[in-house]
Design a protein around this ligand. Structure first.
Ligand SMILES: [Zn+2]
Length: 225
């Protein structure tokens, strides 16, 4: 018997050792069974903290809001997968700069493709010394059918949050938005350097309310289809 087990054991060892961190994480991301409706992408992570403001890292905030959004969507019966569930990136190890950023974003798009997700929602936060008011802002590509309607539905739901500055959904040419056939959104959840938004993005209850609003927007868009 031992002679049969030995090669099998070696194969398991080899397989485990050959998986990169990203691959290992990804294996846990797809929900069992149901097709993925929404792929939630907490922006940045790993080597890339995103914008920094007063001790806050964008990557931590997008992950926290992303986890609330996953729960809020699942509560509404919408199946969800995440591009990341911890502080990781998808850049080739050791690479830095624009090439690593592009590779990281490309991998997130590939995950959407592999899971055959129907929508892609990438979460971000802003810092701007020029902004005179805060507010969450939804971006979409006007070249993708259905993206504008989804964006407007989410933006309208965000307007209902108490104290939310009412910004409009906007067409944009970001790589993440125009490089895939499914409706994709970049949601800039608020400005980390503006007090109201900073509070909304750092308190657990407010993060949850923000996620619930985004989920409401997705849900009412799906109901219209
Ligand atoms: Zn960002």
């Amino acid at each position: 018997m031992r002679r049969f087990f030995y090669p099998f054991f070696l194969l398991i060892l080899f397989t485990a050792a050959s998986l990169s961190l990203a691959e290992r994480q990804e294996k846990t991301l797809a929900p069992p069974g149901a097709p993925v409706i929404v792929l939630v992408d907490p922006g940045h992570g790993g080597y890339d903290p995103g914008v920094l403001s007063g001790g806050l890292r964008e990557a931590d905030i997008t992950l926290a809001v992303g986890q609330h959004l996953q729960a809020a969507l699942e509560k509404r019966g919408i199946s969800v997968a995440m591009t990341r569930e911890s502080d990781v990136d998808y850049a080739p190890s050791g690479s830095r700069g624009l090439d690593s950023k592009r590779a990281d974003l490309r991998r997130r798009l590939e995950i959407a493709d592999e899971l055959q997700a129907q929508m892609f929602i990438s979460l971000h936060a802003n810092v701007s010394t020029l902004a005179t008011r805060g507010g969450a802002e939804v971006f979409y590509s006007d070249e993708t059918p259905g993206a504008k309607e989804l964006a407007e539905s989410v933006q309208t739901a965000l307007h209902k949050l108490p104290g939310m500055s009412k910004r409009d959904a906007k067409a944009a040419k970001y790589y993440l938005l125009r490089s895939q056939p499914i409706p994709a959104l970049i949601i800039e959840c608020g400005y980390l350097n503006i007090a109201d938004d900073r509070h909304r993005l750092t308190s657990g209850d407010s993060q949850r309310a923000l996620a619930e609003a985004i989920a409401d927007g997705v849900s009412s868009h799906l109901q219209k289809q």
